[in-house]
Write a protein that binds this ligand. Sequence first.
Ligand code: ZN
Length: 237
Amino acid sequence: MRQIRAERLLLLVLLFSFFCTLGARCLLETGRQNTLAGRRISSPSYRQDFFSPQMQKDRKLLSEECRTFLRQVEEDSVYFPVPASSLDPSLSVSYVNSWMYERNYKEKSSHEGTDIMAARNERGLYPIVSISDGTVTNLGWLELGGWRIGITSPHGVYYYYAHLDSYAGIKEGDTVKAGQLLGFMGDSGYGPEGTKGEFDVHLHLGIYSWGTGEEISVNPYYLLRSLESSRLKYQYS
Ligand SMILES: [Zn+2]
């Protein structure tokens, strides 16, 4: 008799702890969903994880504002910005997730973009193409960005290409197509107009939202990873 009671008691304890664990999990999941739904584009975690595989999975849980921007970038982004060389496969590029890394030019700042580094450190060699259709909204020298191009896509996504060596005969106000040649990768910037060679040859890519009326950057890293599967081939060596 006593043994049966003890067994029942044990069963009850087990059931109780099982439901407690289940309840806690439910609460955690609800909390996570509420956090995702409460995020704005300006939320650091949204900007940092932008376009990551986890965010793609969670997209239905995102706020309308965040989900809309994700979809706009997805629809407008067509090509990886640096075509592969059909003549020399050793002319590769590499990049890491350096979002918000510390940068030092005159004063400390946080890195709002991704640096696509050239395997061969030669300015004017690698072509840069437009990721999206759009309008050239900015072109010319910036102390930090050097020779830069800003393109606004049909959905209003702003793509910022910096440190170019030269432009491909385009000017402000021009309409461009995704995959169109914009110019060539370089090492311009970090000084007065024309400054070159302050760092290795690379393309700095930034992606900005203007939807809320203010300039908000998001991490281009995961988008670039996904665009690698749609990389053009150009003849250069
Ligand atoms: Zn950069």
